[in-house]
Design a protein around this ligand. Structure first.
Ligand code: HEM
Ligand code: MTE
Length: 473
């Protein structure tokens, strides 16, 4: 039997800083790694695990799957986890009690419903965002769906087949239609909202620059499914395609949104009903078992947990189509806003952000006397990023960053570009501001400040991204 003392997870969580000493857990054992922090070859990010489990972080950084690492860890053992510690009892009356578990590194903007983003610097560590880190944006409790009972319902064109809807099981979707695979970046309209609230408060979750992520998606083409249901390109009644989610609120209202029928049918738009994300079935948070992926279009139209598709002359009447996700003049406030006066957001504008260094960071020059700046850039509507400009003197002088990313077809650049630049370290100053701005293939550029694009809901912030840093002397 073990001679080590027993601790609860709560005990461990109290040791999350150098002052209170740094404890972590691994496979039921407790370690005090305070003395190792300085020695860690992976740097200060080891602190992300302070007070909690190592497993989710080591799942991200494969270098740790190594005997040598476990040998190091063993030296720091101070106890064991109390195995009698039961998980929290499930409260059946709470609509959020059955939600999936999430990665601890995510910055949670709201717990119920669950909304969270990864630290920006982690976004640019991989072209394809690891699924656990992919930002999560839910308006409602995440539904639990039994894949064996699941059916997607598609309304028929008027008058066809006695209006009996087309019902497709998951297996129908996987076997009756060709599988189409695409790499697509999703961005929430509220990405970078916190910079907009800094100008003047807005209503909405406080997203930093992490409400954007990239995945490889696979599924059936929406076009093929609509053709199967009896629609043709020239259906005069067909103007909009509505997507209804299976997530609902207490009143039975479900999440919903729509895109134009033309957007849905045009082969080159590559709209798919996705059942796979990064080679695996969709996770609950990202729309299990089926979601629509509308490349180049705002996240809100990429409806998750898809239950029903309706083709109509009208746009979706959903709250999120009609009374949210729209842009306005900065003069519009909650007393005079007329949501009917603005079109729903579809394609998003050109965007870029700096992911490294982070705001307020103390920076030092590298061996070459340079500073490495990293970020992402993306534009909606399949427009490719053709250039990212970076300044480290607040915009007086500029340099062009180096872009990396998958090769994409003209007009179908659905995925972001990551970028990087080593700039000479500014001399003789104690602090400075880094700026980035991107240019897309239509030569669209980003506005230089937030104030002129401010809107009451805090959407569509694509102003030049500014990061103020101080020099570590
Ligand atoms: C690298 C140990 C926790 C992130 C390494 C390496 C060791 C190590 C030995 C070098 C591996 C090699 O190159 O063969 C440990 C131990 C930990 C710990 C003993 C816990 C007590 C963490 C955590 C994170 C992390 C929590 C992230 C949140 C990294 C990264 C590298 C690394 C990114 C790669 C650095 C590079 O390639 O330059 N770690 N690590 N480590 N570690 Fe950890
Ligand atoms: N679909 C359903 N069913 N319910 C939702 O709340 N949120 C939308 C969209 N689809 C939502 C949804 C919004 S606003 C965004 S930005 C994206 O999903 C986020 O997708 P993700 O959580 O996979 O990142």
């Amino acid at each position: 039997t073990s001679t080590f003392p027993l601790y609860s997870k709560k005990d461990v969580s109290k040791h999350a800083s150098m002052e209170s000493r740094v404890w972590v857990t691994y496979e039921g054992e407790v370690f005090d790694i305070t003395e190792f922090i300085e020695l860690h070859p992976g740097g200060s990010r080891i602190m992300l695990a302070a007070g909690g489990a190592l497993e989710p972080f080591w799942a991200l950084y494969g270098v740790h799957k190594n005997e040598h690492v476990l040998e190091i860890l063993k030296e720091y053992k101070v106890g064991e986890l109390n195995s009698a510690e039961k998980d929290e009892p499930v409260d059946e009356s709470d609509p959020y009690s059955q939600e999936p578990s999430r990665h601890p590194v995510l910055k949670v903007n709201s717990m119920k419903p669950f909304n969270a983003e990864p630290p920006p610097y982690m976004l640019t560590e991989n072209f394809i965002t690891p699924t656990d880190l992919f930002f999560k944006r839910n308006h409602l409790p995440v539904p639990r769906i039994n894949p064996n009972d699941y059916k997607l319902e598609i309304e028929r064109p008027n008058g066809k087949t006695q209006d009996k809807p087309l019902n497709l099981t998951l297996s129908d979707l996987k076997t009756k239609f060709p599988k189409h695979e695409i790499t697509v970046t999703l961005q929430c309209a509220g990405n970078r909202r916190s910079e907009m609230s800094a100008v003047k408060p807005v209503k909405g979750l406080d997203w930093n620059s992490g409400a954007i992520s990239t995945a490889h998606w696979a599924g059936a083409r929406l076009r093929d499914v609509l053709l199967e249901a009896g629609y043709t390109e020239d259906c005069s009644q067909a103007q909009h395609v509505h997507f209804e989610g299976l997530d609902r609120d207490m009143t039975g209202t479900n999440y919903g949104a729509s895109i134009s029928f033309q957007q849905a049918m045009a082969r080159e738009n590559e709209v798919i009903l996705a059942y796979e994300m990064n080679g695996q079935e969709l996770p609950q948070d990202h729309g299990f078992p089926l979601r629509v992926i509308v490349p180049g279009v705002v996240g809100a139209r990429n409806v998750k947990c898809l239950g029903k598709i309706i083709v109509s002359k009208e746009e979706s009447g959903s709250h999120w189509q009609q009374n949210d996700y729209k842009g306005f003049n900065p003069c519009v406030d909650w007393d005079n806003v007329d949501f009917a006066s603005s079109p729903s957001i579809q394609d998003l504008p050109v965007q870029s952000a700096i992911t490294e260094p982070h705001p307020g960071q103390k920076v030092t020059p590298n061996f070459e006397g340079e500073l490495t700046v990293k970020g992402y850039a993306w534009s909606g509507g399949g427009r490719e990023i053709v250039r990212v400009d970076v300044s480290v003197d607040g915009g007086k002088t500029w340099k062009v960053a180096e872009l990396t990313g998958e090769k994409q077809k003209t007009g179908q650049a659905w995925a972001w570009k990551l970028w990087q630049l080593n700039v000479p370290f500014p001399s003789n100053i104690s602090d400075f501001t880094i700026i980035c701005k991107a240019v897309d293939s239509s030569y669209n550029v980003q506005p230089d400040t937030v104030a002129p694009i401010w809107n009451l809901r805090g959407v569509l912030n694509n102003a030049w991204h500014r990061v103020h840093v101080t020099v570590d002397t």
